[in-house]
Ligand binder design. Sequence first.
Ligand SMILES: [Zn+2]
Length: 304
Amino acid sequence: MPVLETTLGPRTAGELGFILPHEHVFVDLRTPDQPGYAEAETDAVMRAMVPRIEEIRAQGVTALIECTTGGVGRRADIDLAVSEATGFPIVVPTGNYREPWIPDWVREASQAELEAWMTRELEVRLDEAPFKAGWIKLSAGDDGITDLETTILRAAARAAKGCNATIGSHTIRGRVVMDQLAIIEAEGHDPARFISIHTQAEPDFEMHRAVAARGAWIEYDNAGWVPDGAFTDTVMRALDAGLESRMLLSHDAGWYDAAKPEGGEQKPYTVLAASILPALRDRGVGEETIRLLTHTNPFNAFAR
Ligand SMILES: [Zn+2]
């Protein structure tokens, strides 16, 4: 039976409802070579983030996907502490972000070593945490994938194929997504196990259609960053184009920012449930489609 691998162990579809497929609990966008990178007091993170989780739990959200990967402040121990304090499952990735957020050990590792590392995190445990990585999060350069990013993607495709895991990538241009899908296919993995993160950043809607037609997930993850009307317009356009079964919706919000004093200001994960879903219902979207967008799709995208 397919499960989401979470901080609190595996969860089946029947154990979950509304799932947010792209949020952050903890981030550090300084590069890994900077002093203080990814450092914070766990208690300070809990004070900032536990209320954010309680807020969405009260709205009926049952799990979220942490999109902070290697190189941008991944802290499995902090994700676990927040999860345990709230009893709320979080899905944490293996993998690494794009250049220049690549630590020396990843830069110097062979493709086979990177594949073995990601496989271990997916199948055994993530870092020393008592849970498995749920998926692989990567990124590619805005103008095209670099040689180093290609090595990481090839390793990820092989690891993901072995565990039937999903790869999600922060990729701004649709044509770069298509290049990534070609690499994944060349390594024998399935484009249906790829998420084009930040699809909304690609202005050409025909590219959204093309990525979905290739079998990949398209993700509109800027709820709360743009006016609700603009977000719902984007969703309605994709629904009208028949893309409902390949679409993911989220906020890309949160987070405790290790680079800022006291973790900076947090942005809530509440907009979808509070105002976007009601707006979609007002525009004629039925409950079956709402369920698809908030539960079935995010579960299927990440479950393995
Ligand atoms: Zn993000």
